[in-house]
Design a protein around this ligand. Sequence first.
Ligand SMILES: [Mn+2]
Length: 336
Amino acid sequence: MIKLNRTNTLQFFNLLKETENVLIFSHVNPDGDAVGSSLALVAAFKSININTKVVLPNRAPENLRWLPNFECIVEGLSKSNVKALIETSDLVICVDFNQSSRVEKYAALLDECTKPIVLIDHHQNPKLNATISFTDTSVSSTCELVHLILKQNPDIIFNENYATCIYVGIITDTGVFSYSSSHAELFQTVIELINLGIKKDYITQQIYNTQSENRLRFLGYTLNERMIVMPELNTAYIFLTLEDQKKFNYQPGDAENFVNYPLTIKDIRFTALFQERENDVKISFRSEGQFKVNQFAEKYFNGGGHVNAAGGKSHISITETLENFIKHTKEHAHEI
Ligand SMILES: [Mn+2]
């Protein structure tokens, strides 16, 4: 059962009454939940005459750019421009992350921010210093949490634009109801979204069936040439070199879902994706069942996240990173 802190909710709504301009932050490499929760707040706040802008550290992927009110987002703005935006805002809201490092170049702006900060998030171990915090790891997504909070505000008028954004965050953070979605309340939320007029099948099409031919061929290449299966460890991993990415004209988000594919192999319960970048190696981890990939990511790869979905980084070569990964996976084999 999801429990909201009533005092927090009332404090937040009181704050909104004195607010004209809101600035929303979400995390680097924004996903459906980051963009969805930001734009759902934009749509809801329009109905109570609050101007809202959304700051993202870098560009959102193509399959999210059709979302209603997308024009309220500014991507990759300079630090000084974002600083100016904070100064003209009454309230800052952080969604779908809980430590300032997740907004990269804007981290110091949040750490030093003198405006009230409201945090809405569903990750573990919040480290962000907020005036009001809504953090709950039992919800599917930040979008679900946003809806549970906002629906208690009698002044807000909800519409299809709002509901579309909430739905996008829910489906992208649950793999269309495959995981993190076993609580009945979530489906109550979905009923409410459908009653607000969302075009459920159209949304799924826009999110999942709009990729380029090139991206699909990149996936084919990756699975064929760059996936290593270690059945004795119930583990599989994928690695992508800079050269691979160049060959397929890699665009941000192109490898977004790749890490999930090896999990579809029978008896594979732990997967990782290693993506070489100019200055580091970006790593994603997924697991099925009890193996806590957030702890694995935190302990060995400067990362963290959820029990079954986490990320990390490595600052040594991709070859050495893979060697370390195999070594540590062997050490944890009994847990997988
Ligand atoms: Mn999320």
